[in-house]
Design a protein around this ligand. Structure first.
Ligand code: GLY
Length: 369
């Protein structure tokens, strides 16, 4: 049979079946700068780009740069104005152009030195610069140590929402130096402590109780307790990420407390801190689970008692409950018009993708005032 010109076709298959190994080590300790510099000096990187913000630059950026230079490691510091408002395309482009002008090539390494904003932005720069260069996370806040520095979420915000543009891009390694927490105030410590308590609720009752019994020692930065707790949080997070890197299913459990938490934070015009908002989100979501008979009142009380001990109190008179409910409807984790929640079943176990009616959210919020 003869084919006409229109029917004639050839195909070429590009076979890229890959087995990738993106494994990496998280080192947790105190006074790690010499070890970090040795790691970098021993690796075969070209130039080192330390990306940080204006606050961290003064506190630790210049110090890290001078130790690198003393070891003859070619390094440059790139800093941007501290704050979420810098997590934009524009700031990303500025850093990329600065890297190019300073002669950074494909063999360079990016160091993200800072909190969550720095990690997200510097990680995203690394994921696209020269089609991807390695990056190292050195988190400087407790929240970044136990959450954003592990798991490879990188990205920027747009006018339409937070983290709308980004990539899953895993770091080469993570160095968690608890010495860097010395500059943090109590409010910033609480942001991290809430996530640690959340890890306990998600996956480990023993850890939850450990956090309950050691809160004061963590605030006091008692080294061994702090390192032990951070390690447990990183283990819980890494177990989830190993099973579901791209958040198709179980990684969603890390969002416990965040659907209501983000909605409260936004309704307050970002007056309430992330920690307080997510803490209150944990309280409200626990009450929703109790209302739906998904958790016993004893277990629910156990969670609420710890959050109360942490001084998680929000004056609901400062926010409009209707705004909170409205914000939950725009949560980016929603699918097909449904507001999906992660809800606790007991301390150490949660359910994901629970669809909850707006009316119930409203009622529970009203009872929480
Ligand atoms: N912060 C939640 C996650 O990394 O999935």
């Amino acid at each position: 049979m003869k084919l006409s010109d229109r029917e004639y076709m050839e195909t070429v298959k590009v076979e890229l079946l890959k087995k990738v190994d993106n494994s990496y080590r998280i080192t947790i300790g105190k006074g790690l700068f010499p070890q970090i510099v040795k790691y970098i000096a021993d690796s075969n990187y070209g130039k080192v780009a330390v990306i940080t913000d204006t606050n961290v630059s003064k506190l630790y950026g210049k110090k890290l740069l001078s130790i690198l230079k003393a070891k003859k490691v070619p390094a440059e510091l790139f800093s941007f104005r501290a704050g979420e408002a810098s997590k934009t395309r524009e700031v990303k482009a500025k850093i990329e152009d600065a890297l190019t002008l300073k002669g950074f090539k494909r063999d360079c390494v990016v160091i993200a030195l800072g909190g969550g904003v720095v990690g997200d932005l510097a990680g995203f720069v690394a994921s696209t610069y020269m089609r991807g260069v390695p990056f190292i996370q050195i988190p400087t806040t407790l929240l970044a140590m136990v959450d954003s520095s592990t798991g490879g979420k990188t990205g920027i915000d747009t006018a339409y929402g937070k983290n709308l543009i980004g990539a899953f891009y895993q770091p080469e390694t993570v160095f968690i130096d608890v010495e860097l927490l010395k500059s943090l105030d109590r409010k910033e410590m609480l942001n991290g402590i809430i996530e640690m308590v959340k890890h306990g609720i998600i996956a480990d009752k023993k850890y939850f109780l450990f956090m309950r019994d050691n809160i004061d020692r963590i605030y006091k930065l008692e080294e061994k307790i702090l390192i032990k707790a951070i390690k447990r949080s990183c283990q819980i997070k890494k177990e989830v990420v190993e099973k579901d890197e791209k958040e198709k299913n179980i990684r969603k459990m890390l969002n416990l407390g965040h659907t209501i938490g983000h909605a409260i934070e936004k309704a307050s015009g970002y007056k309430f801190s992330h920690g307080i908002s997510v803490g209150m989100g944990l309280v409200v979501e626990t009450k929703i689970a109790e209302r739906l008979n998904m958790i016993s009142s004893i277990e629910s009380q156990r969670i609420i008692d710890l959050l109360t001990k942490l001084d998680i109190k929000i004056k609901f008179s400062d926010v409009d409950i209707r705004d909170i409910v409205k914000n939950t409807l725009f949560d980016k984790k929603n699918t097909a018009g449904k507001t999906n929640y992660v809800l606790p079943l007991k301390v150490g176990k949660v359910a994901i993708d629970v669809s909850v009616k707006e009316k119930i959210i409203f009622e529970v919020l009203q009872q929480s005032t």
